[in-house]
Write a protein that binds this ligand. Structure first.
Ligand code: SAH
Ligand code: SF4
Ligand code: F3S
Length: 466
């Protein structure tokens, strides 16, 4: 973990000056549309981008084709994410034929891949701006240059290790907010590209995090999600993650969650926190990736199956009702049928509330991409299918157990499926839909669970009389 080095405030002021300059340019874009791909890290970055674009006088345009500026915040964690991003961007070329004044910007993890920016510059000259994950704060300057110099800007920086504070932001929801606590990743799991595109681990100062939480609380936040690729290795101002969590808990925001946790760094203190902290929700995303020790070793995960299962037992000992979720990779190079069966048996043993399952995707530059892999794709497909079916059956059983219980739900949105219904999450993170109007969004509702579906619960609101 690196020491925290903040980008100097003078540089942030300089960027704010560019925001004012762009706002005054008559030929600048007047509306923007952001497409955010990938994980919560990117979603949070998109909120910062939105804040900067609005400070430049642009208004959010919900219809992509109607926006003056379209920005793709890309992901490259798997090949299909990358293909999707590139496919979308190439399609924009057609749009630009009809509307030459359209400004196209591409940033995020994909542009940070080795050789990618150069390739984009050469093959997609219709893209006005390509930037990376380490220079997002320079967006105002780059947009100013694109408009005034009238040619594309391609700038991706290799240096990393800095933390940026004090940029504008436009949050998606006021009642539930993401708060970054650290950036980057030093774990180098052999399949993963994230450490290469997001850089080395660095933590924000606890004071900056707490100040942000207090501000969000004043603005009405009911829920905070602390974000980092590996929150357990947080170290800001000498404080470990569990310490930070205790401090955030004392603020009194009703719900605290965090992600993602690496099992190798899950501390005793953090496990205890589940038994002690009032606002920490009984939910933990603890990706296991695989159930075989040999595969875990080759993934460089640095824990064993038994160690992981022991963590699960201890977490449940402290917090019996904790909802655990996971990420699982199927078909890692050389995974045998027997090793895959170990993943199946681990899933049966842990009984996750939900699991995100992926077929291994080779990423250029990672060690696993060079490992021999002779398992045919069809076999990997069959394996993941079996795993998905197993997890779906478990998820349904877990959800069915909730029927008849009363749950406090933080209402997030109107239901897209049932008119006149809204949806939100229970403390454990289960999604519940129940009849109610949009005025409930952002508030807590007490709900009785009446039935369980595959991924969601249905409920009935309990109106307390008297
Ligand atoms: N920092 C988090 C999230 C990383 S990306 C963590 O460590 O859990 C989210 C998930 O994508 C990972 O947990 C992993 O399951 C999956 N993933 C990463 N690289 C992958 C690859 N090359 N192929 C398939 N899945 C991958
Ligand atoms: Fe990737 Fe592993 Fe870091 Fe997660 S912990 S981001 S899977 S390298
Ligand atoms: Fe994708 Fe980057 Fe997140 S690669 S998963 S958007 S950190």
């Amino acid at each position: 973990m690196r020491e925290t080095i903040n980008v100097p405030q003078a540089e942030i002021e300089r960027q704010r000056e560019f925001m004012r300059l762009v706002e005054k340019l008559p030929e600048r874009p007047h509306s923007y549309h952001i497409v955010s791909m990938g994980c919560q890290m990117n979603e949070r970055d998109s909120e910062t981008v939105a804040g900067m674009l609005e400070a430049m006088g642009m208004a959010r345009q919900p219809v992509r084709e109607a926006a003056d500026l379209i920005l793709y915040n890309t992901c490259c964690v798997r090949e299909n994410a990358e293909n999707k991003a590139l496919g979308n961007v190439i399609w924009l070329k057609e749009l630009k034929k009809d509307r030459p004044e359209l400004m196209i910007c591409v940033g995020g993890c994909m542009t940070q891949e080795k050789g990618m920016a150069a390739m984009m510059k050469q093959r997609y000259p219709f893209i006005d701006l390509v930037y990376g994950t380490h220079n997002l704060y320079k967006l105002p300057e780059y947009i100013y240059r694109v408009i005034t110099e009238k040619h594309p800007v391609v700038e991706v920086m290799d240096i990393d290790g800095e933390v940026v504070e004090g940029l504008p932001e436009r949050r998606k929801k006021h009642f539930s907010a993401f708060v970054n606590i650290m950036y980057g990743c030093d774990n180098f799991c052999t399949y993963c590209i994230v450490p290469y595109v997001r850089g080395r681990e660095r933590s924000r100062e606890p004071e900056a995090i707490l100040a942000e939480c207090v501000r969000l609380q004043d603005e009405g936040a009911q829920e905070i999600m602390l974000l980092g690729q590996n929150v357990n290795s947080y170290r800001g101002g000498g404080a470990a993650f569990a310490e930070l969590l205790y401090r955030v808990d004392r603020l009194g925001i009703p719900r605290i969650r965090f992600m993602t946790s690496h099992p190798k760094d899950l501390s005793d203190e953090l496990i205890h926190a589940y038994g002690e902290l009032k606002h920490l929700m009984p939910q933990l995303h603890l990706p296991v990736q695989a159930g075989s020790d040999e595969i875990l070793r080759r993934m460089n995960r640095r824990y064993t199956r038994e160690h992981y299962l022991e963590l699960v037992r201890r977490l449940r000992g402290v917090c019996p009702d904790i909802g655990l979720t996971s990420d699982i990779i199927v078909g890692f190079p050389g995974e045998t049928q027997a090793q895959f069966e170990e993943t199946m048996s681990l899933v049966r043993e842990v009984r996750y509330d939900a699991a995100y399952t992926f077929i291994y995707s080779p990423r250029t530059g990672t060690p696993a991409a060079k490992m021999p892999d002779d398992t045919p794709y069809e076999v990997k497909s069959e394996r993941i299918q079996r795993l998905i079916e197993l997890q779906q059956a478990i998820s349904l059983e877990v959800l069915e157990k909730q029927v008849g219980t009363r749950q406090r739900v933080l209402v997030e949105a109107a239901s897209t499926r049932d008119a006149g219904s809204v949806g939100g999450k229970t403390p454990r993170g289960h999604m519940v839909n129940f009849p109610g109007g949009p005025e409930l969004i952002g508030t807590f509702a007490d709900v009785e669970i009446v039935s369980a579906g595959r991924n969601t619960l249905r409920g009935r609101r309990i109106i307390q009389d008297g």
